[in-house]
Write a protein that binds this ligand. Structure first.
Ligand SMILES: NC(=O)c1ccc[n+]([C@@H]2O[C@H](COP(=O)([O-])OP(=O)(O)OC[C@H]3O[C@@H](n4cnc5c(N)ncnc54)[C@H](O)[C@@H]3O)[C@@H](O)[C@H]2O)c1
Length: 351
């Protein structure tokens, strides 16, 4: 199998967990604990090669990616030593990459901005993965533009609307390049767990009356979300959870706060109240504890390999089977089961 040449925009916690995962799973040949697919379409995670990376932080720019991923303010736990990658983190334009709450956390490098499209071309990158902060909407769209200029497929892990925006999808279609997004689904997802619980209870005849989900995290991303994307995340998640019930109930989901000493950990609290046989009341109080960035790893491995399959097949525009399988805000929302089967068919029919 040929290597997939991938570039990363943003060398934060997600990039760190992803790169450590590539090293960790590199020599697995049989079933790999913690991965959905060790092989996808014939590709192994080892076939993913990072050829370029971009950031704005002084502690990351100019360093080999293997070193930059462990620089502050990244705080995802170290699980693997990384061999040098040869990809030196290049300085990119800041745009709206730093918010009011993260301006004291990110140290902006004073190096000149690199020519990102040129570096993408020179490094033979085929796929550009957007791992910018969730509030950096302009910067995400700027990177989508660089992918178009350099002839790369674009994977939007962030909640900025790119793949779900018809105009952007049209531009990738015209450029004959694949586009996938928006906002990656976690492997152990709080929203998916919440929806599944509600669905199970309502299927059994329980009338849910009220429910909420509250998230608390300590990564830079939680800080950024608190300031810039809290309301939009709350609206998107509340709508998504409400859709799991066949009737109207009081639902609040995706409300969040920042607690610095949690580091990259995230706690999600679920509270559900309802009525069952003869109006008997029931209540559930649950807490899910995860580390945030590794929660993106397995899904990201699948998405990158699926994007390569799309490239090999010369598919263009927003690739709905990948978007619906791996993203919270795809161009078209479909039920979980449909997303699963459509993705499996996509992989089978194109490899
Ligand atoms: N489980 C998950 O971690 C998960 C799941 C779904 C979506 N996401 C999304 O992935 C993205 C990354 O998450 P993270 O936890 O790694 O965030 P992070 O804040 O740790 O990392 C973001 C990185 O982007 C850099 N950056 C800021 N502006 C930039 C610019 N203009 N150009 C280049 N780099 C820039 C920052 O310096 C930082 O290194 C977020 O949008 C998040 O919502 C993450």
């Amino acid at each position: 199998m040929s290597k997939m040449k991938v570039a990363l925009a943003g060398v934060g916690n997600c990039a760190s967990a992803f790169l450590q995962g590539l090293q960790y799973y590199g020599n697995y040949r049989e079933e790999a604990l913690g991965l959905r697919h060790l092989f996808l379409g014939g590709f192994h995670p080892k076939d993913i090669q990072i050829t370029a990376a971009f950031d704005i932080d002084n502690r990351k720019v100019g360093k080999d990616l293997s070193e930059a991923i462990f620089a502050q303010p990244n705080n995802v736990p170290k699980i693997a030593d990384i061999s040098p990658t040869g990809a030196i983190v290049q300085k990119s334009p800041v745009l709206d990459g730093v918010g009011e709450y993260t301006k004291n956390v990110i140290q902006i490098s004073n190096k000149p901005d690199a020519n990102v499209a040129k570096i993408l071309k020179e490094s033979d990158a085929e796929i550009l993965v957007d791992l910018l902060p969730s509030g950096a909407v302009k910067a995400s769209q700027w990177y989508a533009e660089q992918a178009l200029n350099a002839g790369c497929a674009f994977v939007n892990v962030t909640p900025a609307f790119v793949a779900s925006d018809a105009a952007w999808a049209g531009r990738f279609e015209k450029a004959e390049l694949p586009l996938v997004g928006d906002d990656l689904i976690d492997q152990v997802g709080a929203t998916t767990l919440h929806k599944t619980l509600l669905k199970l209870l309502s299927m059994n005849g329980v009338r849910i009356t009220e429910t909420y989900q509250l998230d608390v995290g300590g990564g830079t991303e939680s800080l950024d979300t608190l300031e810039r994307t809290r309301d939009v995340k709350r609206t998107v998640k509340t709508k998504s959870v409400e859709a799991a019930l066949p009737y109207k109930a009081e639902v609040v989901a995706g409300s969040m706060d920042y607690v610095d000493f949690l580091q990259n950990r995230r706690d999600s609290y679920f509270w559900i109240r309802g009525l069952y046989f003869c109006n008997t009341p029931m209540q559930i109080d649950l807490k899910l504890s995860t580390v945030d960035a590794p929660n993106a790893g397995s899904v990201l491995f699948d998405v990158i390999r699926a994007a390569k399959i799309a490239l090999n097949k010369k598919l263009k525009g927003a690739i709905q089977p990948i978007c619906a399988y791996a993203f919270k805000h795809p161009p078209q929302m479909v039920p979980l089961e449909t997303a699963e089967t459509t993705f499996a068919d996509f992989v089978k029919n194109n490899t």
